[in-house]
Write a protein that binds this ligand. Structure first.
Ligand code: FAD
Ligand code: MLT
Ligand code: ZN
Length: 477
């Protein structure tokens, strides 16, 4: 039997034929990332349904010296969820069948779910029991709890609830040797050694396969008000953030979009302009807009309106208090990712720059990209309260001197020069491996590699992500 046939036979022995896919017609749907930038053939796609099956799959892959790429909803934006680059020929381990959700533990304020449960399903489950979840973003219908934990996802509620790491109370994972580590006691006070759940959160599939996640419940607000506010410039928007933090206790989200981004979403989805006086013409392309949301026990509309009335540099304002109208305003914000991808596979970057420097950063970036790639289009938006900017470039010309990698390096170097981060919320994946040294010192990189080598000595898990491949991962293909 050929080596790959033996691998498939051993995987089938563990999972059954229906859940080991090796026909290219069946695997193809798993092999390209959401953006279309990363793709590669898998030796097989496997779909275990339990923690025990995940452990068995890892043992089979280790025995055959074939690396493993974990995948949840495949909405990741840095290429970590597909067998591209050095991981071509890896086994793609889909967690999507691990979907069970436990009843909420109202007294402890916790809910546990399988790694394959989608964020939207867990949100709906919590809502039905009178609770909320502190993580939210546009990919909620596909992104899974395992992927969200593995990437330490950020999103639109970080201002109030923090990143995913702050919402994860515990988890279960299978390590590279098939050992299962489980911390699901739900005890908030439990200082016995290193905190393995914290380490696994944000590890992007390189330290273990997350099989179950326990999230904190948050109190759902009784009332929400959303406003889209056009500001004079980014500096005014940043000043307004300071005022909002100080005076609006119900503040729940501060998101940033620009006029040209709103136009792109309108064109992509066939939406009307958000402000009546825009009707029939395009917006001012570089006008920054804040999407603000307040949430609380009492109607926060007056509190938000009072802050907006006093703010300097506000031009247009649209306010929404009903769920339908709020969703309509959020569409102008959440529609950016799909609208940009529809314009072509972008150079897709996700940086954070200290708020005090972000206005100058935006100006510099526009000029740098204009000079380096005159025909290209720069798309900017993000989560302003967290100083997190999504920088996407489409329409690169073959003659642009830097190319895609050079352009990415220029932008990331500029962010790092301001004391920024090259990977704010999406992670590093395969997309930004080459530039980790811009955000982490040699000593930090050595410590990360030491952790990886200790937990995955044979180099089985997600080679080419975060850490230079070695062992099995270096012998792939
Ligand atoms: P995948 O894409 O399948 O995987 C992501 C990474 O995690 C990969 O490295 C993979 O190997 C690893 N992984 C997946 N599951 C497991 C597991 N069970 N165990 C171990 N490793 C695993 N991200 C944000 O942070 N904020 C946003 O606001 C945001 N908005 C988005 C909007 C859109 C429209 C889209 C398409 C994406 C957005 N993202 C955002 C990115 C993405 O949704 C998140 O990174 C999400 O957490 C990925 O979840 P997933 O289940 O799709 O993971
Ligand atoms: C967003 O906030 O829109 C997301 O992180 C997705 C993206 O950057 O495209
Ligand atoms: Zn984002």
């Amino acid at each position: 039997m050929h080596g790959n046939d033996r691998l498939i036979a051993d995987l089938v022995a563990v999972l059954g034929e229906a859940h080991v896919l090796s026909d290219p017609g069946l695997t193809v749907g798993y092999e390209t990332d959401w953006t279309g930038a990363f793709t590669g053939r898998a030796a097989a796609v496997v779909r275990p349904a339990s923690t025990g099956e995940v452990a068995a799959v890892l043992r089979v892959c280790a025995a055959h010296e074939v690396p493993v790429v974990p995948q949840g909803g495949n909405t990741g934006l840095v290429g970590g969820s597909v067998p591209a680059g050095v991981a071509v020929g890896a086994v793609l381990l889909s967690l999507r069948r691990l979907t069970s959700i436990d009843p909420v533990d109202a007294a402890a304020g916790l809910v546990s779910a399988g790694a394959g449960a989608t964020l939207a399903d867990v949100q709906a489950h919590a809502r039905a029991a009178g609770h909320g979840i502190g993580v939210d973003f546009a990919a909620r219908d596909s992104a899974t709890l395992g992927g969200i934990a593995a990437t330490n996802a950020g999103g639109e509620r970080v201002l109030r609830h923090g990143m995913t790491r702050g919402q994860v109370a515990g988890l279960e994972a299978v390590l590279a040797d098939g050992a299962v580590v489980r911390r699901l006691s739900g005890l908030p006070k439990d200082n016995v050694g290193y905190d393995l759940p914290s380490l696994l959160v944000g590890s992007e599939g390189t330290l273990g396969i997350i099989t179950r996640v326990q999230l904190r419940l948050v109190a759902p607000p009784a009332a929400r008000t959303t406003a889209l506010v056009a500001m004079a410039d980014v500096a005014a928007a940043v000043e307004f953030v300071a005022v909002l933090r100080a005076t609006v206790g119900s503040l729940d989200a501060v998101e940033l979009v620009f006029g040209d981004g709103i136009d792109l979403v309108c064109a992509h989805q066939g939406l009307p302009a958000p402000f009546p006086r825009w009707a029939g013409r395009m917006s001012a392309a570089r006008t920054p807009h804040l999407l603000l949301e307040c949430a609380g026990r009492d109607d926060p509309t007056d509190e938000l309106a009072a802050a907006v009335e006093k703010a300097a540099g506000v031009s247009d304002v649209a306010v929404a208090t009903t769920a339908v109208d709020r969703d309509r305003l959020w569409t102008y914000r959440e529609g950016h990712t799909a609208a940009v991808n529809a314009a072509g596979v972008p150079v897709k970057l996700d940086v954070a720059v200290p708020l005090a420097r972000i206005a100058a950063f935006v100006d510099d970036l526009r000029e740098l990209v204009r000079v380096a790639a005159p025909a290209a289009r720069l798309h900017l938006w993000g989560h302003l309260a967290e100083a997190n900017l999504h920088v996407n470039v489409t329409g690169l010309d073959r003659d642009d001197t830097l190319g895609r990698a050079g352009l990415a390096e220029m932008i990331l170097t500029r962010a790092a020069a301001d004391g920024g981060s090259i990977g704010a919320e999406h992670g590093v994946g395969r997309a930004k491996m080459a530039w980790m040294g811009l955000s982490r010192s040699p000593a930090e990189l050595a410590a990360l590699a030491a952790v990886k080598h200790a937990l995955d000595p044979v180099g089985l898990l997600n080679p080419g992500v975060l850490i230079q491949p070695y062992g099995i991962g270096a012998r792939c293909r």
